[in-house]
Ligand binder design. Structure first.
Ligand code: ADP
Length: 430
């Protein structure tokens, strides 16, 4: 590009200046077009994202959609989103499709000017015809890189629109880093103490208010209370998915803020309501609890978790491949597998969010037995829904609107004739 301009200047400075005047015209028209297409490309990318999200949601929720006969509505919404994508895509491509045409026209205009003005100069004998021919060729060479660049603009604009959405994701806040002097100290005994802990997910809102309790190592604590009382939040704070606004949480007598998150979670086991199973064999899913476990250890864990017999009865046993979060096995069986996973992980501190879903009586008994075995000798924090579990806990904490309103053993709380005894009467006494 620079070389071409140099040769042109050498041949005829005046014709070069005339050729260069085309650049601002090009810039202005390119700006005019990209001002319009930039917005459209962004819209196209947004619509594409929405459409993809919608498809993914509808496919994974296909069962619910059918169960509620919502096919028509879903199809209509799909068509609407698809039409929006089509419109924005159509205009983005159409308007940006003008770029090469406009550039081409400007090139021809530039050629015409060179030929016309150069022709006049030749008549006057200032320049030879041969020079004009050579100059015209150079001017083409001069605009070619500009054209190439302009033609890449489409791709660039749509890439920028896409990149902006990627950066939105990258800019999301990450889990806070461990404090600089945090120590690596895995949980040893698992004793827990909440000292006047308050916490809110959003500013100005208190989800937990001045929570205070202790759990000696190896004992269990059950949290009961209405939905939204803050039971899950307690476990979120324990695992440091969130940090308390006030107060301190101690495990083994150490403030968990001074530990690295990895060491805190290393000896912590989770059995959650919605146990997540990955695509893979049952064996791999259990082994997720401890990656270096041998096949024998996996099976031993499954036996402890009362999962062995049902797994053996599957045609492919432990090599049965689970797809789509465990489709093909029942809810209760999924829970047994996730208990086996926790058994294998052998955590010191166990966090258990008891499933509320109704499960057939046999599996229910199996789960109860498995959990009792799992909890043996471990400190357990349980979000409890079943009377059986609640009664057996060493300590029961009743939460309501983030406040601890009662604390004690089952018998003590029944005698208090407060919230717990009412709950017990209304839900369990029959
Ligand atoms: P529980 O387990 O007792 O049903 P949670 O601890 O899940 O109750 O929720 C307590 C309160 O905190 C509820 O009002 C809930 O809406 C709110 N909450 C829970 N998780 C979040 C979150 N990630 N962001 C904002 N608010 C939340």
């Amino acid at each position: 590009f620079v070389g071409t301009v140099a040769v042109m200047l050498y041949m005829s400075p005046l014709l070069t200046v005339i050729t260069l005047t085309i650049i601002p015209v090009m810039a202005v028209s390119l700006k005019w077009i990209t001002n319009r297409t930039g917005k459209l490309f962004k819209e196209q990318q947004k619509n594409l994202g929405e459409l993809n999200g919608y498809i993914e949601e509808s496919v994974s929720g296909a069962k619910v959609i059918k169960a509620y006969s919502r096919e028509k509505q879903i199809t209509a919404e799909f068509l609407e989103k698809n039409a929006a994508l089509k419109t924005s895509g159509f205009w983005a491509q159409t308007i940006s499709g003008f770029i090469p045409k406009v550039m081409n026209s400007l090139n021809n205009l530039s050629f015409t000017m060179i030929a016309a003005i150069g022709g006049l100069f030749a008549l006057k004998g200032w320049i030879s015809i041969g020079s004009i021919v050579v100059f015209a060729e150079y001017s083409r060479q001069f605009t070619r890189p500009l054209n190439d660049l302009a033609n890449q603009f489409n791709t660039m604009l749509s890439a920028i629109a896409g990149a902006e959405r990627v950066f939105d994701v990258l800019d999301e806040k990450e889990e806070r880093e461990d404090e600089k002097n945090a120590v690596h100290q895995p949980i040893q005994t698992g004793s827990i103490e909440f000292r006047d802990v308050s916490f809110g997910y959003d500013e100005g809102q208190q989800t937990l208010k001045h929570l205070q309790f202790t759990v000696p190592a190896g004992q269990s604590i059950a949290f009961v209370g209405p939905t939204g009382a803050g039971k899950t939040t307690v476990t979120n704070l324990l695992a440091r998915f969130y940090e308390p606004d006030e107060g301190r949480i101690l495990i083994d007598g150490t403030d968990i803020k001074t530990l690295t998150r990895a060491s805190l979670r290393k000896n912590m086991g989770f059995v959650l309501q919605d146990s997540f199973l990955f695509q893979g064999t049952i064996r791999e899913n259990i082994r997720y609890g401890r990656l270096d476990a041998s096949d024998q250890e996996v099976e031993a864990a499954a036996k402890t978790a009362n999962a062995h017999s049902f797994i053996e009865r599957l045609p492919k046993g432990y090599d049965t491949v689970l797809t789509q979060n465990g489709s093909g096995i029942s809810q209760g069986q999924k829970q047994l597998i996730s208990i086996a996973r926790a058994v294998l992980a052998d955590p010191v501190l166990l966090i258990l969010d008891e499933a509320t879903s109704n499960i057939d009586t046999v599996t229910e008994v199996n789960i109860q037995e498995a959990l009792t075995r799992l909890m043996e000798g471990r400190t357990s924090v349980i979000i409890a829904h079943r009377l059986n579990t609640i009664q057996r806990a060493d300590q029961i904490v009743v939460l309501k609107d983030g406040e601890m309103i009662e604390k004690g053993s089952h018998e003590e709380l029944i005698l208090q004739k407060g919230f717990y005894s009412d709950l017990y009467k209304s839900q369990f006494e029959k």
